[in-house]
Ligand binder design. Structure first.
Ligand code: 0X9
Ligand code: ZN
Length: 464
């Protein structure tokens, strides 16, 4: 990598050389495993609001003047720069990074003066996609408000609902369809919310297979719980008329957790639309553990952070979080035929990443030729689902291991269900879109994504 160091370009007058030193921390090539020392305070960037969001919790956090930028990392240093910027809360990485793939980042426009030239110098092809993320959030908020005021009774598929609304709806569904559905709380969050599990199965059939499906492990990925609710609704309301729902429910028990991260989800509605983690105090005045880095298989072996303020903070120890423990308590000791965890965004159907440990041993960061065990079989089963999804609206999913396709990330739930619970068909599905406005999607997406995903999952289950 050749970089020429020019005059100071950032708004604090730090020379580019200094910025790069902080960004790269090349001596700390294991940053995603252990961050040895905290970043010195004087190098920490962002406003007080950025660093201590709890101080301004009275209103919703605003993203005025935040730009959404795409960059394309293609070598190890690029990933390190992005991950270190994220650790220092300089940027918010919206979707997973992948070599030679465009990654979307959000940061305050006051940083564009040094950030954009830096990315240019590194040939990462920076491009501003949105000048003001707050405008997207305002549009989303007014869409929800308009629907709330319209007086038209809103179905579960018409808008994005809060945790409380979804709770009420789940209770109603469990009572309306009491022969098919059972609602239970599988644990309490730090803020004492219930983690709901709705078990759905038909009134006929025996020796049923078991599927576990969870949604909303990451708070801001709103299309995920909405898709979960769509599927629950579809199965329950169409069972009586026979056909697909009956065929599936008479041979399967479907165990749905529609919101695996209730505190984070509630917070993303009330305080900060861009919140990702849960809400347990994490230390250093920061909140939240990335639940998808907290699971206990190959915990903390790459792609997660030990910094409490990071969006990928893995937590104090494996399975330290109530949400992960709730899943563990419920799932352990039962025989599962498949585990599916739904995120957004990117249109990926990820298999497990069980070879991460070897990546760690050989410091072969991010990429490997090794395949997870049974890779061909896993991809073949995923393809049945992905093909069915595509048949509905033409949207394609890419199938493969996320560490091979994109970048390492350890402590994910699907690696744990495969590694610890031996659930062979464990997958992580990243719902639409592929890019665009990322987490901020139109309410009409709920029906579109919901239906195609329902069709895909039905086909996938039939194929198992
Ligand atoms: O980074 C994640 O946790 C997931 N992507 S997201 O943008 N929704 O946050 C991908 C997880 C893939 N699975 C594992 N790496 N285990
Ligand atoms: Zn996610």
């Amino acid at each position: 990598m050749e970089i020429s160091f020019g005059k100071p370009v950032n708004d604090d007058g730090l020379p580019l050389k200094e910025i790069l030193k902080i960004a790269l921390r090349l001596d700390d090539c294991s940053r995603r495993i252990h961050v040895q020392e905290p970043i010195p305070l004087r190098f920490r960037r962002g406003s007080i609001k950025d660093r201590f969001p709890f101080i301004v919790s009275a209103g919703k956090r605003r993203y005025d003047g935040n730009v959404l930028v795409s960059v394309t990392p293609y070598e190890e240093e690029h990933f390190k720069i992005l991950m270190n910027f994220e650790d220092q809360n300089e940027i918010d990485i919206w979707n997973e990074m992948g070599r030679n793939r465009s990654t979307q980042l959000m940061f305050n426009h006051t940083k564009t003066g040094w950030m954009m030239p830096l990315f240019e110098k590194l040939n990462m092809k920076p491009k501003i996609l949105q000048n003001d993320v707050q405008q997207l959030l305002d549009a989303e908020e007014s869409m929800i408000q308009v629907q709330a005021r319209s007086g038209v009774p809103r179905g579960i598929q018409d808008t994005f609902h809060t945790y409380d609304q979804l709770t009420t709806w789940l209770k109603q569904m469990a009572s309306t369809y009491s022969t098919l559905a059972t609602l239970q709380s599988i644990g309490k969050t730090y803020e004492n919310r219930d983690i709901w599990l709705l078990k759905i199965t038909g009134t006929s059939g025996s020796n049923k297979k078991k599927a576990f499906l969870d949604f909303g492990i990451h708070a801001r990925e709103w299309i995920s719980p909405a898709t979960g609710a769509y599927m629950i609704n579809e199965f329950l309301t169409t069972y009586a008329s026979g056909g697909t729902a009956k065929e599936i429910l008479d041979s399967w028990e479907l165990h749905f957790v529609p919101i695996l991260n209730p505190d984070g989800y509630a917070y993303s509605h009330s305080n900060d639309r861009m919140w990702r983690k849960n809400r347990k105090p994490a230390g250093s005045g920061c909140y939240g553990v990335d639940l998808n880095r907290n699971f206990g298989y190959q915990f903390n072996t790459g792609g997660s952070s030990s910094s409490a303020c990071s969006d990928t903070f893995h937590g104090g120890s494996a399975m330290s979080e109530n949400e992960a423990k709730a899943l563990q308590n419920y799932m352990t000791g039962k025989q599962w035929n498949t585990y599916l965890t739904f995120h957004s965004y990117g249109q990926w159907w990820f298999t497990i990443n069980l070879f991460l440990y070897f990546l760690f041993l050989f410091k072969n960061w991010g990429y490997t030729k090794n395949d997870p065990p049974n890779f061909a079989l896993l991809k073949a089963k995923a393809k049945i689902g992905a093909d069915a999804i595509k048949s509905v609206n033409g949207r394609s999913y890419t199938i493969g291991s996320s560490a091979q396709l994109l970048y390492v990330a350890s402590g994910g739930s699907e690696d744990w269900t495969r590694g610890d619970l031996q659930v062979l068909y464990s997958y992580c599905i990243e719902l639409p879109p592929t890019g665009g406005n990322g987490f901020i999607v139109a309410a009409s997406e709920i029906k579109k994504t919901g239906y195609e995903t329902y069709v895909g999952i039905v086909a996938y289950l039939k194929g198992l």
